[in-house]
Design a protein around this ligand. Structure first.
Ligand code: PLP
Length: 393
């Protein structure tokens, strides 16, 4: 047996496992210190009451012979795909229900979608970005070219005609920088992809945070149906990080060398996936009910308030930052020329606040740091006070 040697080319542990190890070592050595976590992008508010009610009802259905459900459709129940379809329709985007594939989250789909692409494809990934795009491609033995997301281009790289790309990753609003593409900017990417016979993998996990008119779906852009796949998630929109549900949209028009990507993805999912649990899908559909949408909007407003608090704290400390407007992340420049990990240690040791080192998202993230707005108001306030005490000039 030969193992997959490409695993030698990925870092030994995932970024957040490294952070968890450092924090565990610190708390073991300093049991009296209260550590505040604004690191991992996990939500803290409980599920919305409409979601909970729908899930309870679904559990009761599973307990009765006449409404019990066994295996469901691999690509998701019709009721959920139709609610996702109308969620898009309310924003002016028309999708067919069979272009929507329900999954257990965007992370799995990010990895799984690679099954339908040949190994020999040029992959283009923004730097910095959610590390899963890079790691999943490295595990599959693909070479990656990076597009530079820097302060100079507002962390929104645009197409470069000199770079070959078959698979292009875009993440908007971006994790970690919080930068979000406008429709006009995405149009340039769509035109580029079509001209180069490339496919865009568009990660819209944070679309619900868009507040300033930036694009929420690549399918708002004309031509995107010919070149784009969209990955999305209930995790950040509706607090499903522990409940697990997401979806991927693969338009019928995606044909490459006579092969239809929607049909291939359907074949892949029906072969390797047995669907998301009925109870979870019922909960997910309730996110798009009138009541659910109102409750979710309140949760998003709660997190936005935290983002404002962190942004105000940065202003007071004179620290340059972006994000926090269309995203739950504040992306800040480490003070005094510290590297990302130096600032991580400095903040942990002196303020007991945990953030995420920007260098974990790519080389352009070096010297940057990510704080999340997903904590409680109380934790965020206390963390901001500690940061101010430490860094305010
Ligand atoms: N995509 C991005 C950009 C993310 O930041 C995350 C999680 O942090 C995910 C996808 C994963 O989402 P899910 O919880 O649906 O797997």
């Amino acid at each position: 047996m030969k193992p997959n040697y490409h695993y030698k080319n990925v870092a030994e542990t995932y970024l957040f496992s490294n952070i968890a190890k450092k924090v565990a070592a610190y708390t073991a050595a300093n049991p009296d210190k209260k550590v505040l976590r604004l690191g991992i992008g996990d939500v803290t508010l409980p599920l919305a009451p409409a979601v909970i009610a729908a899930m309870h009802e679904a559990v009761d259905e599973m307990g009765k012979a006449e409404s019990f459900k066994g295996y469901g459709p691999e690509q998701g129940y019709g009721f959920l795909r139709e609610s996702i379809q109308s969620y898009y329709a309310r924003r002016g985007v028309t999708l067919a229900a069979d272009e929507i594939f329900v999954s257990d989250g965007a992370k799995s789909d990010c990895g799984n979608i690679l099954d339908i692409f040949d190994k020999d494809n040029a992959v283009l990934v923004p730097d910095p970005v959610y590390p899963v795009y890079v790691d999943t491609n490295v595990m599959a033995g693909r070479n990656i070219a990076y597009m530079q997301a820097t302060a100079e281009n507002g962390f929104l790289p645009m197409p470069d005609e000199t770079v070959k790309a078959d698979i292009i990753y875009l993440c908007s609003p971006n994790n970690p920088t919080g930068a979000a593409y406008t429709k006009a900017q995405l149009k340039a990417w769509v035109d580029f992809a079509i001209a180069n016979n490339a496919v865009i993998l568009y990660d819209a996990a944070y679309e619900a945070f868009v507040a300033d008119g930036a694009a929420r779906s690549i399918f708002e852009v004309e031509g995107a149906r010919k070149c784009a796949i969209e990955l999305c998630s209930f995790s950040k929109t509706a607090g499903f990080t522990g409940t697990r549900c997401g979806y991927t949209v693969v338009p019928c028009e995606l044909e490459f060398d006579g092969m239809n990507l929607r049909k291939m993805w359907l074949r892949r999912q029906t072969t390797k996936f047995n669907g998301v649990s009925y109870v979870v899908q019922k909960g997910a559909a309730a996110v798009f009910s009138e009541e659910g949408e109102k409750q979710i909007a309140q949760n998003l407003a709660y997190y936005r308030k935290n983002a404002e608090k962190i942004a105000a704290c940065m202003d007071e400390c004179g620290i340059a930052y972006t994000g926090g407007k269309n995203s739950p992340y504040i992306w800040l420049q480490c003070p005094c020329g510290m590297t990302s990990w130096e600032f991580f240690d400095y903040l942990l040791e002196n303020a007991q606040v945990v953030g995420t080192p920007g260098s974990g998202f790519g080389k352009n993230g070096e010297g940057y740091f990510r704080l999340t707005a997903f904590g409680s108001h109380e934790t965020t306030d206390e963390a901001c006070n500690r940061i101010k005490n430490l860094l305010k000039k």
